[in-house]
Write a protein of this length. Structure first.
Length: 56
């Protein structure tokens, strides 16, 4: 069985005060190296504010 690429996943609640709903953002590497956490956080900082369901 072949394994997939190394990946990092970040799960973020839609609303910190509400227990329902979340988003997951996953980045993976095609080079075989584990993706850097700063890349995942940078993507999250750009994407999450654009989601209409997400409260600040």
């Amino acid at each position: 069985m072949e394994q997939g690429p190394l990946a990092r996943t970040l799960s973020v609640a839609l609303d910190g005060k509400d227990p329902g709903g979340y988003y997951e953002i996953t980045v993976w590497s095609t080079s075989g190296a584990l993706p850097d956490d700063s890349v995942l956080l940078g993507i999250a900082e750009k994407v999450l504010p654009t989601l209409p369901e997400r409260t600040v």
